[in-house]
Design a protein around this ligand. Structure first.
Ligand SMILES: [Zn+2]
Ligand SMILES: [Zn+2]
Length: 350
């Protein structure tokens, strides 16, 4: 157990569109099947901006501690927990599935009918301690950097599930990745690992340059070039087999769908929480396009990502570190679109 008084520091969202506030909060009391994790690293995701801006009001109950890409060290285990030891390091599978619904019983725990999530329905990793079901704890190899693995829980797991399980990308495929933020950088790497040729598109030259160092075969700056025209030129007029839209707003979805070859697939991985997307029904009919909504991934896939990272098949994508109590600075940078890769919170400034 933590030795100090039973309180911890946490960055708390008290009001939407306001900075998070540093507060002392009770350390969570774990149940028999839970572990207590001292959070050492937590990634900051675009969804955290949606949360702080109040775009997910039906899910988030204030006051709230965000943070869903967390990793750290086990400091306590419940009495029913057998195979996890105090002192072990690992990351938290963000979703808390019921293990008992139709989806859970058919291997689709990421769309469990009663899913709740760390950093959404439950307080997350912007606090010093998190109670986690033992099931969700994924150990990482000793001496590895927790931060490099913490971001796998969303930034890598979402594209991995999307590209491998749903998109079924295979050797020889052409893949378009639209938006090379953190998820896009992993999407690019995972598609390359699957044997695909990968084109990336973004509005930021710096992000495109960065993507080249992660193996992009071609880049398109959509501020300067027409996306569809450029993709068709790069694919002998065919379009790509699979497109990964990591943004999911009408401004990306509409042009991205036009880049998909007949019979191809668009993986809709980002989302606009407020507005629906227009869908070209006639285009869908003539081209037999498949559009797949995707949502995180399974714990089994997360374990595979840990292995791929350890074997250096995937390169870390962290661009910056901030102490937890400077989370507001990090969120501001993210909202201004200034972040290349992922910002990760580590340590607390006294
Ligand atoms: Zn996220
Ligand atoms: Zn379930």
């Amino acid at each position: 157990m933590p030795d100090k008084e039973n309180t911890m520091r946490a960055m708390v969202l008290r009001e939407y569109n306001s900075p998070l506030v540093l507060e002392q909060r009770p350390i969570p009391i774990i149940k028999r099947d839970q572990i207590l994790l001292k959070v050492e690293a937590c990634g900051i995701c675009g969804t955290d901006l949606k949360i702080t801006k109040g775009q997910l009001p039906s899910i988030i109950k204030l006051p709230h501690v965000p943070g869903h890409e967390l990793g750290g060290v086990v400091v306590d285990v419940g009495e029913d927990v057998k195979n996890i030891k105090v002192g072990q390091r690992g990351i938290g599978y963000t979703y808390l599935p019921c293990h008992d619904c139709h989806q859970c019983r058919t291997g689709k725990q990421n769309v469990c009918s009663t899913i709740t999530r760390l950093g959404f329905e439950h307080d997350g990793g912007f606090g010093e301690y998190v109670a986690l079901p033992a099931y969700g704890f994924c150990p990482i190899p000793a001496d590895e950097k927790v931060s490099d693995y913490a971001v796998l829980t969303d930034a890598a797991l979402t594209p991995f599930h999307s590209i491998v399980a749903l998109g079924k990308v295979k050797a020889g495929d052409s893949v378009l990745v639209v938006g090379v933020g953190a998820l896009g950088l992993y999407a690019l790497q995972i598609a390359k690992l699957s044997g695909a040729t990968v084109i990336v598109a973004d509005i930021k030259e710096e992000a495109l340059e960065n993507a080249k160092s992660y193996g992009a075969d071609a880049t398109i700056n959509t501020k300067k070039e027409d996306l569809e025209k450029s993709v068709k030129e790069l694919t002998n007029g065919n379009g790509v087999d699979v497109a990964f839209d990591g943004v999911g707003y009408a401004s990306t979805f509409v042009p991205t769908l036009k880049c998909v070859t007949k019979g191809g697939t668009l993986l809709l991985t980002g989302y606009d929480p407020i507005n629906s997307l227009p869908l070209d029904a006639l285009g869908m009919h003539y081209n037999e396009w498949t559009v797949i909504g995707t949502r995180l991934g399974t714990k089994e896939e997360l374990l595979r990502l840990i292995d791929l990272t350890y074997k250096k098949k995937l390169k870390p994508i962290i661009s910056k570190y901030y102490p937890f109590n400077e989370v507001n600075r990090a969120l501001e940078e993210l909202s201004k679109g200034q972040v290349i890769g992922r910002i990760v919170l580590t340590g607390w400034n006294d």
